[in-house]
Design a protein around this ligand. Structure first.
Ligand code: GDP
Ligand code: IMO
Ligand code: MG
Length: 424
């Protein structure tokens, strides 16, 4: 039995939800450690698409216990909607969903501030999901965040909220010329939420360490992706947490010595939602075509995703900063009809060649990808059940990704359904 972290190796939306769902069939515990309702993880079960935002994708298997760690920022409104949505599908979370008492809450003022700041930034906006993620993490590190434990003591909750709302009202009104928040309504809403969340609250560090001690199979589900990491991504066009594997330790309260494997998920090409550098991005017409082929629209916001070729420099960065032990390549089928497929192996910047991702934003924005071109396979991969079922050129493409990233490929996904998966 082992502990496996699953992380996005690109800019998010790599198909983590699908892979976590498949691997959950033999997991006891599935845990989220960072991010919040900015995530949209899709699982397709018998033609039905289920999108999860805060609850781990393992919840669809009735035997799993699912955990939301201290590193996640929780929006109570979204969480309650998600629990009800699942109940409507006869998926009962009671007794199998556990939420860290140390997790921070997203408050209504975080969502307002997220929206206002984006609006004020104009051309410099990040293109956030508008879910209040950044402002909630700002308060966590500013040490004025509201945690799940704070809900337990109504008097302290009231005092903390009064002080926070007074300050946020000043910000919203004086800087953003926005409406005043209704303090009493917010307090009442969160007291109501406390009553509903009570049965799920737990000491998650304790819970997960005991599960590891007793030899259970643990899956740790990252949200977003390496290039959206606040330290190693395309800063400032990133999210406000550490999606990389190290985030799992701080976001769940487990030590690095407890981790056995780190599985990176990468699409057979690349996508990104929101603003920021994207060296291998397609030009408009081809990008539009690939968006149609791959159904590349955001699972959380519905926004069109930007599309580009597979970028080996990006995935090599993911190998390094996550300590990946293997890769899952998803959406190979989306390339089925292309006569030629490119892989970016390095970048040019002036007369310099980069084989690693530079930290400077102004350089990132001017990188020219160096490509190698591979012949397409021009036939369907969607029925493949083993590597040898794949057309010869698709096998060569996968083999090349293996060589250029330097790590084994353990899973190939050739469609959104559970059965459309090749386990190597
Ligand atoms: P996540 O955020 O990493 O979980 O990924 P999303 O759910 O946001 O986006 C991935 C999309 O691709 C979803 O619509 C999935 O159903 C779909 N998907 C996952 N794997 C495959 C695949 O191998 N082929 C195709 N065609 N679609 C896939
Ligand atoms: P999953 O888990 C893709 C992007 C946003 C924006 C930036 C910051 O489904 O892969 P935020 O709301 O986090 O402050 O936005 O990060 N972003 C994602 N892009 N997939 C995600 O999650 C994302 N979560 C945030 O588009 O560019
Ligand atoms: Mg997604």
């Amino acid at each position: 039995m082992s502990v496996t972290i699953i992380v996005g190796a690109q800019w998010g939306d790599e198909g983590k939800g699908k892979i976590v769902d498949i691997l959950s069939a033999r997991a006891h515990v599935v845990a989220r450690y960072q991010g919040g309702p900015n995530a949209g993880h899709t699982v397709v079960v018998e033609d039905e698409e289920i999108i999860l935002h805060q609850i781990p994708s393992g919840i669809l298997h009735p035997h799993t216990r699912c955990v939301i760690g201290n590193g996640v920022v929780i929006d109570p409104v979204v969480l309650m909607e998600e629990i009800e949505f699942l109940a409507g599908k006869n998926i009962n979370v009671a007794g199998r969903l556990f939420i860290s008492h140390r997790a921070h809450l997203i408050m209504p003022y975080h969502k307002s501030l997220d929206a206002m700041r984006e609006q004020a930034q104009g051309a410099l906006k990040i293109g956030t999901t508008g879910r209040g993620i950044g402002p909630a993490y700002v308060d966590k590190y500013d040490r004025c965040g509201i945690r799940i434990v704070d809900l337990l003591d109504r008097q302290t909750l009231r005092e903390k909220l009064l002080s926070n709302i007074e300050y946020k009202n000043k910000l919203l009104q004086r800087i953003y010329d926005s409406e005043k928040l209704d303090t009493e309504k917010i307090i009442q809403d969160y007291i109501e939420f406390d009553k509903r969340i009570d049965p799920y609250v737990k000491d998650i560090s304790n819970f997960i360490n005991r599960a590891i001690d007793s030899g259970e199979e643990i899956l740790i589900e990252g949200a977003q992706g390496t290039m959206l990491d606040v330290d190693f991504g395309t800063y400032p066009f990133v999210t406000s947490s550490n999606p990389i594997a190290g985030g799992a330790c701080t976001g769940l309260g487990i030590g690095p010595t407890r981790i056995d494997q780190v599985l990176g998920i990468a699409k057979a090409y690349t996508t990104r939602v929101g603003m920021g550098p994207f060296p291998t991005e397609f030009e408009q017409a081809f990008g539009d075509k690939m968006r149609q082929l791959g159904g590349e629209y955001g699972a959380t916001t519905g926004r069109p995703r930007r599309c580009g070729w597979f970028d080996a420099v990006v995935v090599r960065l993911a190998v390094q900063v996550n300590g990946l032990t293997s890769l899952a390549i998803t959406k190979l089928d989306v390339l089925d009809t292309l006569p030629e497929i490119k892989i970016c192996t390095a970048y040019k910047y002036g007369d310099k060649v980069f084989d690693h991702y530079p930290a400077e934003l102004w350089i990132q924005e001017q990188l020219q990808p160096v490509y190698e071109t591979h012949p397409g396979w021009m036939s369907s991969t969607r029925e493949a059940k083993s590597l040898s079922d794949l057309p010869a050129n698709a096998q060569k493409y996968i083999q090349r990704i293996r060589e250029i990233t330097g790590i084994p490929i353990s899973i190939i996904s050739v469609g959104s359904e559970r059965s459309q998966t090749v386990l190597l």
